[in-house]
Write a protein that binds this ligand. Structure first.
Ligand SMILES: [Mg+2]
Length: 280
């Protein structure tokens, strides 16, 4: 943690005090987002699709092409009283952790902080398709990227090393990894006091909006996504991730509205089906 980051985090703490109850909810939820990863969640199909499909590659490029357009639009027509910045997530946005998920599913293991930390300490993650090119492009335009990640702050150096090994331009002061009392949204709020966030890039809706750090029902999650539909492909750029994320946590956490939690029946109870055998 650099001096600049410490100063910034102190500012965040002050702004956080006004919304402590929300923060507690967020904190619990973000912790759960890693801890509830189970074998089901790391289904082989999910990992195989992400690792082998050209469609996944195409979707990632599509996302970063949209990000580049938004960046160019700002440079051509945008203006702000504050310096512009880009905010990016790291996992499944810049770094591909599918080998870790492959390890889990092949060995019938559940996520654990120990195994995850071992993976991140190796600095072996490859880049998400299109990420390196976009980050290099942003660097040339002079608009800085700030990385906000739920990786442990103790993983800062190995994360930076991984990104340096991929040839990425890196400024250590621009990394905000997970620390007690802070959430992605609180860090974004802190940054917004000083900068104009012109673009947010991530694989999880909590990378964009605070509301997705709360425990929401499945329908509520989708309704909110629909209500902010105009943002996607513009200010918000989302990468595909079928291996894990807030969508999966919503199943794991069950539904306050009464939709049952996952159990021995697995996730099939969440499937929507039409009984064509009974149709005329
Ligand atoms: Mg991510």
């Amino acid at each position: 943690m650099t001096k600049n980051n410490i100063t910034f985090l102190l500012i965040c703490l002050i702004s956080l005090s006004a919304c402590k109850s929300t923060s507690e909810i967020i904190s619990n939820n973000t912790a759960a987002s890693k801890n509830t990863v189970n074998v089901e969640m790391n289904s082989q199909q999910a990992v195989i699709w992400q690792q082998t499909s050209a469609e996944y590659v195409a979707l990632c490029h599509q996302a970063f092409n949209a990000a580049k357009k938004q960046l160019n639009y700002y440079n051509d027509f945008g203006s702000s009283d504050k310096p512009p910045i880009i905010v990016m997530d790291i996992d499944e946005t810049v770094l591909d952790n599918s080998p870790y998920n492959g390890y889990l599913t092949l060995n019938n293991k559940e996520y654990s902080e120990a195994s995850w930390r071992k993976w991140t300490s190796l600095s072996q993650a490859e880049a998400i398709p299109g990420a390196v090119k976009f980050i290099e492009y942003a660097s040339v335009t002079g608009i800085p990227i700030y990385y906000i990640s739920n990786r442990s702050d103790e993983d800062l150096q190995t994360t930076i090393q991984n990104m340096i090994d991929l040839g990425l331009p890196v400024n250590q002061d621009n990394f905000f990894l997970k620390q007690e009392g802070f959430t992605k949204s609180s860090i974004r709020d802190g940054l917004s006091k000083q900068f104009e966030i012109i673009l947010s890039i991530g694989d999880n809706l909590a990378d964009f909006e605070e509301v997705y750090e709360r425990q929401l029902g499945l329908k509520e999650r989708k309704d909110i996504a629909n209500s902010m539909g105009n943002q996607f492909g513009n200010k918000y750029i989302i990468l595909p991730n079928v291996m894990y994320g807030g969508w999966r946590d919503a199943l794991e956490n069950g539904e306050p509205s009464g939709v049952p939690q996952t159990d021995k029946e697995g996730d099939t109870k969440f499937l929507r089906s039409f009984d064509i055998d009974q149709a005329n």
